[in-house]
Ligand binder design. Structure first.
Ligand SMILES: [Cu+2]
Length: 163
């Protein structure tokens, strides 16, 4: 078996593995904000969501209480009451920073930063909210990385058996 060909196959395997690792981080044309509860306090997570202009943000009520997504000033965000397990979606047509709160729990605040089309979005703010764990996301990433490595290992083993 030609060593050059084997190298090429390995390069493809590594490339596919990298794609699998990178894909969860790739920016979609929207952002998701969870309405959560910790120590009987409600919060928006991430507190700051980033989208490009024309992007959509979806808020999901992960609590059993009612909430709203309401602009601090202006009227960009003016949701109806969001029931448990329901979502509210808003598409941002202009750039800017849009601060909001829940009218029922005014201490629960967040903001959406809308950047120009094509602008690179900063990494999502994952600073922990008091009393909550942010472990879920990193565990998911670790699983994807391990799956990618396991897949690459299987392919390499098979290549060696065929060689
Ligand atoms: Cu609320």
């Amino acid at each position: 078996m030609s060593g050059r060909r084997s190298l090429g196959v390995k390069a493809v395997v590594v490339f596919v593995g990298l794609l699998m690792v990178a894909s969860p981080v790739a920016a979609a044309s929207g952002a998701a904000v969870k309405i959560g509860e910790a120590n009987e306090r409600y919060f928006f997570a991430p507190t700051t969501a980033f989208v490009n202009v024309g992007g959509t943000v979806t808020w999901t009520n992960g609590t059993d209480a009612l909430h709203t997504v309401t602009s601090d000033t202006g009227s960009e965000l003016n949701s109806p009451t969001i029931a448990a397990a329901k979502t509210f979606t808003h598409t941002f047509a202009t750039t800017g920073t849009f601060a909001y709160h829940c009218t029922i729990h005014p201490y629960a605040v967040g903001k959406v930063v809308v950047l120009a089309a094509g602008a690179t979005l900063p990494a999502t703010d994952t600073s922990p909210v008091a009393g909550t764990s942010t472990g879920d996301g990193s565990i998911g990433l670790v699983i994807v990385v391990l799956a990618g490595l396991a897949g690459a290992g299987l392919v390499l083993r098979r290549l060696r058996q065929n060689a």
